[in-house]
Design a protein around this ligand. Structure first.
Ligand code: GLP
Length: 246
């Protein structure tokens, strides 16, 4: 695992955006796995700025989102589909057909199988951009999820639901389930890039990177991945064992 400790959140964001830009410059139709949440917002914003400045062109990129919440009405502004329209499709001028999210209407098992099939037909994921939940989840792969899972329905933990209250107002309004790309699909990506910023991620970052890998901390599976880059800011790195370089 390659670890970058950036002095500030902005420097961490810049590092991750450069990795994405380099991937897309090498392969303009690259297949990305993309997260939602607060952490990647600035990465998407920086990539959009670089595209406006002519430094990168992401308009042919294909993407599969890590997850989508179940139980919202289509068009709900809190759905991750709306997030992606706002932070990814519009600013980067990407045709909607090139950006897929798990479908959460109808037969969920069939939708999950179709999502894995679509990723397979796209040639697999070149670069998976990942955030991390405070309990170590990747996408919505909650603690205990086996490492070989494909896309599946996830029952959200209390900790994950509480983290979503800021978007939904009250805990009662937060969905109970999501469809998530599985750990097996994520780990099959040719390059995984995990971005974590802020003090609230410090404890879980240290557990994910330094504890013996186990299903208790889903992100610890990345220790076994052939090519993972972890980018953290100083606050998120605060409880890591001091090391040289980075
Ligand atoms: C969410 C998403 C993850 C995301 C994580 C962290 O629930 N399912 O894909 O990486 O939690 O979110 P944030 O960046 O807002 O801390």
């Amino acid at each position: 695992m390659e670890l970058w400790i950036a002095p500030t959140p902005a420097a961490a964001v810049d590092r991750v955006a450069r990795i994405v830009a380099a991937q897309v410059s090498a392969n303009p139709t690259a297949v990305l796995a993309l997260p939602t949440g607060r952490t990647p917002v600035a990465v998407y914003g920086l990539l959009a700025r670089w595209q406006r400045e002519g430094r990168v062109d992401l308009r042919r990129v294909r993407s599969f989102n890590l997850d989508e919440l179940v139980g919202l009405v289509p068009g709900d502004p809190r759905a991750y589909a709306a997030y992606m329209t706002h932070h990814w499709l519009r600013p980067l001028d990407i045709p909607p057909a090139q950006a897929q999210l798990p479908a959460v209407e109808g037969d969920l098992a069939a939708n999950c199988a179709a999502y894995d099939d679509a990723i397979h037909r796209a040639g697999g994921i070149d670069l998976a951009l990942l955030g991390i939940g405070e309990n170590g989840h990747l996408g919505f792969n909650e603690p205990g999820t086996p490492w070989d899972t494909g896309t599946h329905v996830s029952e959200l933990t209390d900790s994950t639901r509480r983290a979503l209250v800021s978007s939904f107002g009250t805990l009662d309004a937060v969905p109970w389930r999501a469809v998530t790309m599985g750990l097996g699909t994520i780990l099959a990506a040719r390059h995984c890039v995990l971005l974590a910023t802020g003090a609230s991620k410090a404890i879980i970052v240290a557990r994910a990177l330094e504890a013996e890998p186990s299903t208790t901390v889903p992100a610890s599976a990345l220790q076994r991945h052939a090519r993972t880059t972890v980018v953290v800011d100083a606050a998120a790195a605060a409880t890591l064992t001091p090391r040289r370089g980075a």
